[in-house]
Ligand binder design. Structure first.
Ligand code: ADP
Length: 473
């Protein structure tokens, strides 16, 4: 089976969040279970890791806005699978990956270029795997072309929702310019009087998935569905939840090159050295007995940062450290700064995006806070589990599926979770975790349970293969 994966970001080339991790790891995982997968992604100014010395193709002709755009395409295998990177400086050489008024046009172009590339490099793939709103355009194009162009008759489309909150909405007048002139195409995009690339992908792809089972259920409910719940319910026999895996080549405390010492489930000594290095990095006094609570996050409303704000004073009153790495909304960044000024001997902050530091924090911290309002899957709680850092999470989306409350009597469970969006409930779990932390045997058991869990990509990849096969039936 041949599968083309399209994504706006993919590790190690580009990443702003979980989508990048997933799109980078999935093609490699698919190849490991025998699927001939390749990845297509834009070549940004920010792209890393690709040896982009010479283009593999320097004359890819793309029908675009009534003319022909000639693009270069670079090639890399830095993520363990064949990857084509589409170079179009007008669209992708920007100060950031996203956030421009014509993002819809940039990604419509990316989709159009990807289809031209797929056709150029060989026989039709069996599956075109599309990710998030950035790839909704290709879903519509293929559904349309299927009737006119024999090349596109057989490929089936799978559309994965990594976050329903991002929808790619734009003025429907623009559809003509982007090459979507037919009534079928226009109808696919139309959503509450505008065009939505996400809605289009959900409406016309052959199969849909979301990145965890609970999230797939949640977004079929009006309160979490962003007005698209009706469509997801309508398509529920084609819609499945597949929980993301994590890439143990990148996130493994036994081999992680960012760490001063290594450790694993049976020998956790190295974690203390990582803790020391982490405190040192943030110029905090070294007291290895005191727990470190950590947070690594995009600072947006989604992540429930208000709850962290509400519990911060009580948390610091216990004597614990708090270390946060994040960037995003200014009000949250300002809060972190104030907290650090208020308790400089307990609080460490880094405002910005820093992957190396993310690894050290996962390894050196004791507990990881993730009180998300909603969480499609969440990766950090799974990294935390692997690094013996006990997650304290809100029971939503993928957090519900991957974290189980620790039960002292049965010795089962890998962390702590609360359901109600309330700082009191969050605090209860924080105190429960602290209590366990000061009982070394109990703590060791929770860590063991988390560290020995298998959240590898292999499981997820097999589930995707099953989904791909279902498109044929
Ligand atoms: P989301 O995709 O909603 O941001 P996930 O938990 O699925 O949330 O994935 C977030 C990814 O981005 C993780 O790999 C996390 O380590 C990383 N990340 C988030 N913020 C930062 C940051 N400030 N610095 C480094 N890595 C970050």
């Amino acid at each position: 089976m041949r599968v083309a994966v399209l994504s706006a970001e993919a590790v190690p080339y580009s990443k702003t969040g979980g989508l990048g991790d997933v799109a980078g790891a999935l093609p490699k995982a698919l190849r490991q279970v025998g699927i001939d997968a390749f990845l297509i992604t834009p070549l940004y100014l920010q792209t890393k890791g690709a040896d982009v010395g010479h283009p593999a193709i320097d004359d890819l002709d793309i029908e675009w806005r009534g003319g022909v755009y000639r693009a270069k395409v670079f090639y890399s295998e830095a993520n363990g699978s064949p990857t084509f990177l589409i170079a179009a400086p007008e669209y992708f050489h920007r100060s950031a990956i996203y956030g421009f008024w014509e993002d819809y046009e940039r990604f419509a172009f990316f989709n159009q270029a990807s289809l031209a590339l797929i056709k150029r490099v060989g026989a039709p793939p069996d599956i075109i795997h599309l990710n998030d709103w950035h790839c909704g355009f290709a879903a519509v194009k293929i559904a349309h072309l299927r009737f006119w162009d024999s090349y596109w008759r057989n490929p089936r489309t799978v559309f994965s929702i990594h976050n329903l909150a991002y929808q790619g909405i734009f003025d429907a007048e623009e559809l003509w310019k982007l090459g979507f002139g037919s009534e079928f195409e226009r109808n696919a995009f139309m959503f509450n009087g505008a065009a939505s690339a996400l809605k289009a992908g959900l409406a016309v792809s052959d199969m849909l998935s979301a990145v965890s089972r609970t999230y797939a259920k949640e977004i079929q409910q009006p309160e979490n569905g962003y007005d698209l719940d009706w469509l997801l319910r309508q398509r529920s026999n084609k819609f499945f939840g597949i929980t993301n895996g994590i890439d143990y080549d990148v996130w493994n405390p036994a081999t992680d090159s960012q760490l001063p010492a290594h450790f694993n489930a049976s020998d956790i000594h190295g974690k203390r050295m990582c803790k020391r290095a982490l405190l040192d990095k943030f110029f905090l006094p070294i007291d290895l007995e005191r727990p470190i609570f950590a947070s690594i996050t995009r600072l947006t409303a989604q992540k429930g940062f208000e709850l962290i704000q509400q519990v911060a004073a009580e948390l610091l009153a216990t004597g614990a450290y708090f270390i946060a790495l994040g960037s995003g909304d200014k009000s949250y960044e300002d809060f972190l700064q104030k907290l650090r000024d208020y308790a400089p001997r307990q609080v460490g902050i880094f405002k910005g995006y820093n992957e190396d530091l993310a690894h050290l924090i996962e390894a050196g911290a004791d507990m990881f806070l993730m009180p998300s309002k909603f969480e499609p899957c969440g990766l950090n709680q799974m990294y935390s589990l692997r690094y013996g850092t006990v997650p304290i999470v809100r029971a939503v989306g993928g957090l519900e599926d991957t974290v189980q409350n620790f039960d002292v009597v049965r010795g089962k469970g890998n962390g702590y979770k609360f359901r109600e969006l309330s700082s009191d409930k969050f605090l209860e779990k924080i105190y429960e975790a602290l209590f366990a932390y000061y009982e070394p045997e109990t703590w060791r058991k929770i860590q063991w349970n988390g560290m020995t869990e298998d959240n590898s990509w292999e499981n997820a990849a097999r589930n995707y293969v099953a989904l791909y096969q279902m498109t044929k039936s």
